[in-house]
Design a protein around this ligand. Structure first.
Ligand code: MD6
Ligand code: FE
Length: 216
């Protein structure tokens, strides 16, 4: 009888609703893992992972890089998108075709057709790294969703409300999981709990997160 209850839940297997316009696609990225890791190697060779400063002068525990026409950066002047990597003043590496394909297929599967990301932020977390609750509000087109791909060791994603003080849900994210969110959920506060020490057979003792956006 348990199976009937699962079928009756309204969500097909492998999809978990986080809100009206937000969901987790469990394992959707698994067929793309080799291509994504090769793309990250290529991107890192041009624009390495680095720890950025916040406006308040703190160093982020997460290291990041970007690909695509626009890249997310932070320094003492604040957060923004930049066409160039501040480390070398050159354009960010182009978005590899495999990454673009993964992002648009995940957006389609979530019901957001016509997603055309121009920015891919890549975060690297080690055990202890975290991401404080925040809203993603620097993108020019807030009608387009965000597609977020998790690889490597697990993390607990905090998914809150529209006020910083709203108590967030805790959603574990695993290797190959994808979160897609847009619409009325696009501006919800979210973050990542400090990562527990773990080892992933393919990715090692770290978590890689790629977020695709329409930034410009
Ligand atoms: C992370 N993600 O998963 C951090 N933002 O490492 C984010 O901040 C995020 O996953 C917007 C949409 C999806 C996300
Ligand atoms: Fe975010």
């Amino acid at each position: 009888m348990m199976n009937l209850d699962l079928f009756d839940s309204g969500m097909p297997e492998g999809r978990e609703s986080l809100g009206r316009d937000a969901l987790v696609l469990r394992g959707f990225g698994l067929p793309f893992v080799d291509a994504v890791l090769a793309a990250v190697d290529y991107i890192e060779a041009c624009s390495p992972f680095r720890h950025m400063q916040t406006r308040r002068g703190y160093t982020m525990s997460v290291a990041l890089t970007n690909c695509g026409r626009l890249g997310w950066i932070s320094d003492r002047a604040g957060y923004r998108y930049s066409q160039t990597d501040p480390l070398n003043n050159k354009a960010w590496p182009e978005m590899p075709a495999d990454l673009l394909r993964l992002a648009t297929q995940a957006a389609d599967a979530a019901g957001f057709r016509g997603f055309e990301p121009d920015a891919c932020l890549i975060n690297s977390y080690l055990p202890g790294s975290k991401m404080a609750l925040h809203q993603d509000r620097n993108e020019a087109d807030l009608t387009q969703p965000i597609v977020s791909v998790s690889l490597g060791i697990p993390a607990i994603f905090l998914f809150g409300g529209h006020q910083r003080s709203d108590k967030p849900a805790r959603i574990p994210l695993f290797h190959g999981d994808i979160v897609v969110w847009g619409g009325e959920d696009r501006m919800r506060f979210h973050g990542i709990m400090p990562l527990k020490a773990a080892e992933h057979p393919r990715v090692g003792a770290r978590r890689i997160n790629l977020t695709f956006r329409r930034a410009g």
